[in-house]
Design a binder for this molecule. Sequence first.
Ligand code: PLP
Ligand code: COI
Length: 349
Amino acid sequence: MTVEKKDLDWGSLDFGYRKTDYSYVANWKDGEWDEGGLTADHEIHLSECAGIFHYCQEVFEGLKAYTTEDGSIVCFRPDMNAERMYNSAQRLEMPGFPQERFIEAVKQVVKANAAWVPPFGSGATLYVRPFMIGSGEVIGVAPAPEYQFRILVTPVGPYFKGGLKPITIRISEYDRAAPHGTGNIKAGLNYAMSLRPIMEAHRQGYAENLYLDSETRTYVEETGGANVLFVKADGTLVVPKSHTDSILPSITRRSLVQVAKDLGMNVEERFVEWAEVASGAFVECGLCGTAAVISPVGQIDNKVYGANEEVTFPNGKDEIGPVMKKLRETLTGIQDGALEDKHGWVCKI
Ligand code: PLP
Ligand code: COI
């Protein structure tokens, strides 16, 4: 499919919302989803008593569509987003959106907005945001009786300003998620929790917050919008695990673990104590996620509860380090069709 692209300055896009031509919408009522379809109406009209406004029944996803070198349009592992959104919905007592239909809806809405999928090599992508809300009326604390599933798409540039320049982040004194709470699902309520800490971080000059486990404040969990990766001096990739199941199962992270193994790297998925990071055990650090891709971290500060630690990563302080660079290039190469897709991750639209 070759379409004429919109006349935008693709290279200077930031991570912002820009209305496109179509969204996808489906509604759930009386125990079933309607047929669903495309809409050019980007507004939602709801009762003041809709469940979303009172008890925060909302879950969402994030994935990207890319133009490959030959001009076709693809997206990356939408089956994984379909599955995670299904699980997120179950946790909030919302009806799961059928996973096959999710994939079909993503394809339909991306295809309808093909002119908005940034050209190959522009550095921009089409961000795809499926979400579901409690749309029916509810006043006592209970699941809403009706739901709306939507997908909006918007062309975006890099999530962190400065693109590949290593960022400095800080440990937050706030918690992102309770132990065994909702940290492992993608629900808007987790991000509401992170707004105060992210604004405070920005006011202090930091790009993001690193959250330690909220039970013991000992282990590294993740940041507000991405999982964390470390590299040891011997090149081993170290991927933090959570003993309270409060890290979001990032699709990018799970893909990178496979990519690293395919590249012959040693990978350790295990608990990582902040003390290990602070002792200088790692030479590189990065954040990974759909929006973040891999964003290198040059420094993590811990000024919480009277501490005064500034941890730098010697191989990735001034520019992205060699291991993060290799992983990033391999992943984005698979995503935009430049490298072989051994695992069948790329989904043609
Ligand atoms: N962790 C959090 C809290 C996120 O919001 C995201 C973004 O989706 C990720 C991790 C990365 O997940 P994924 O790679 O599936 O986009
Ligand atoms: C994503 O990476 O898709 C996310 O949803 C993260 C969000 C903080 C933008």
